[in-house]
Write a protein that binds this ligand. Structure first.
Ligand SMILES: NC(=O)c1ccc[n+]([C@@H]2O[C@H](COP(=O)([O-])OP(=O)(O)OC[C@H]3O[C@@H](n4cnc5c(N)ncnc54)[C@H](OP(=O)(O)O)[C@@H]3O)[C@@H](O)[C@H]2O)c1
Length: 447
């Protein structure tokens, strides 16, 4: 009998896929419960030591789930957190989830398959799945939402049981197969290769909710938006969304190479944070740094930002609160540099500023963001692609901030460039735009 993997690779249809047996185990990048204390007393929590590549058992499929053959996936910062076992071990999330009983109990294992962005082919659907079938080419949106919670009808991200797939759940993206809820799927944009399709959803969806959605900043034409880490995962999509919404993107980056990349992406104003005293170790002289940044923005645009796009946390949050204009908004979804922030609250209340917390994207927001990809209004920011076996190295590069945009992993796709169906659309958008981050990374290597 033909193997399921061979059938997927050959583009088999639903009947052929269903005729193949689902294997009892599969290759996956996983963490081990036994490694929870590995880094105790160590300062460099090197993720290469805790991300293991090997066989794991195939889980049973719940009625509302799909089994996806993963053609490609992408690294997100949450895998850095999981593999560092910081701020807590993600096995704690699996144990909490398992307490719900029923199908949730499957997630409590001594291994966790991590990864929150994947593109692939549906190979099995649970008995309650209505909108998807074997053979469908899909991308997985990470929020794992209980759609039977009434709040989900309004906004899935507000459901109390919402979990981040492959971070707070098991059976995530970094394997030859992944298990997702049917409600997590969006159609794969046909003009993108597997690895280009896999790298967007988590960061693009999150940036979409933060900036465009009714639940976020709802930016409008002419708004000045300050974007930290503007050449990183979230930031590279934020720059594109601000441009498309008619706003003025002010991108902050940590090197001249990244500044050059942002110029090519069309970021209106680019500031190297080293030039305003916000270097590698964070803000050394808080008062001076925010004034220097504010002056640099005023010099370029003549105004203060309406919105600050925050995810760096401790190292930048006070600056963000201070530089945003009177009545402006800081929208935050993370704290890479530390989650205990401090700022002078007088700058907030006396200038009528606001802070909004944001997380992921609802199914509807993910569809809207995916639509922008399909229209060519937003392009993937994939800079490098590694084979799945090198996921530990790929994740290490993100941990050390050595990457630009997104870092991809090839799963069942045997080489880059597979999976493209709509060549005409690709041509209209332009290879130079679609390959901007990869070409830039390749040039940097060859220098
Ligand atoms: N809640 C959610 O739904 C959600 C979704 C996605 C991500 N996140 C979180 O958001 C954070 C960023 O994610 P990401 O995917 O964008 O990561 P990323 O690709 O690593 O990008 C982060 C950027 O932050 C910048 N940065 C690092 N240290 C800095 C410092 N001290 N001061 C100023 N900028 C600094 C870096 O740019 P430069 O060095 O060029 O300045 C880097 O490119 C992570 O903590 C992640 O967990 C949350």
């Amino acid at each position: 009998m033909e193997s399921l993997i061979t059938a997927v690779r050959s583009g088999a249809g639903p009947a052929e896929l269903l005729a193949c047996e689902v294997p009892e185990s599969y290759r996956a990048v996983h963490l081990r419960r036994g490694d929870e204390k590995l880094f105790d007393g160590e300062s460099d929590r090197d993720v290469r030591r805790t991300l293991h590549v090997g066989e794991v058992p195939m889980p049973e499929l719940a009625p509302d789930e799909v089994l996806v053959a993963v053609m490609a996936s992408a690294v997100n910062y949450n895998t850095v957190w999981s593999a560092m076992y910081r701020p807590v071990s993600t096995f704690r999330f699996l144990d909490q989830f398992a307490q719900q009983g029923g199908w949730a109990e499957r997630h409590r294992q001594d291994h966790q398959v991590v990864g929150s962005d994947a593109a692939g082919v549906v190979v099995r659907v649970g008995s309650a799945v209505r909108h998807w079938k074997p053979g469908d080419k899909v991308v997985v949106n990470p929020p794992y939402i209980d759609e039977q919670d009434p709040v989900a009808q309004q906004d899935g991200m507000m459901t109390t049981g919402m979990l981040a797939w492959g971070f707070e759940t098991n059976f995530g993206a970094f394997g030859d197969f992944a298990v997702a809820r049917a409600t997590q799927l969006v159609p794969k944009p046909p003009h993108l290769s597997w690895e280009e399709a896999a790298c967007n959803t988590l960061c693009l969806g999150t940036a979409y909710r933060m900036l465009i959605s009714d639940r976020g900043a709802r930016i409008k034409m002419g708004d000045v938006v300050l974007i930290w880490g503007a050449a990183g995962g979230l930031g590279s999509y934020a720059v594109q969304l601000v441009r498309q919404a008619g706003g003025i993107a002010v991108g902050v980056v940590g090197s001249d190479e990244k500044a050059d990349l942002l110029d090519r992406l069309g970021c209106h104003v680019v500031i190297n944070r080293n030039s305003v005293g916000l270097g590698a170790d964070g803000e050394e002289k808080p008062g001076a740094a925010w004034k220097a940044l504010g002056s640099a923005i005023r010099k370029e645009i003549g105004e203060d930002p309406h919105v600050v796009f925050e995810h760096v946390g401790k190292a930048t949050f006070e600056t963000s609160v201070n530089v945003v204009r009177r009545g402006g908004l800081v929208v935050t979804c993370g704290s890479s540099s530390g989650y205990q922030h401090s700022y002078d609250n007088r700058y907030l209340w006396m200038k009528l500023k606001r802070i909004i917390g944001s997380h992921g994207a609802s199914a509807h927001e993910a569809w809207e963001a995916n639509r922008l990809l399909k229209l060519g209004m937003v392009v993937p920011t994939l800079s490098k692609v590694f084979p799945l076996e090198q996921a530990p190295e790929a994740t290490r590069s993100v941990q050390l901030n050595e990457h630009e945009g997104k870092v991809g992993l090839l799963g069942l796709a045997t080489e880059e460039g597979q999976g493209i169906e709509d060549w005409a659309l690709r041509k209209r958008i332009g290879e130079d735009r679609l390959r901007l981050f990869r070409d830039h990374a390749a040039t940097a290597v060859s220098k």
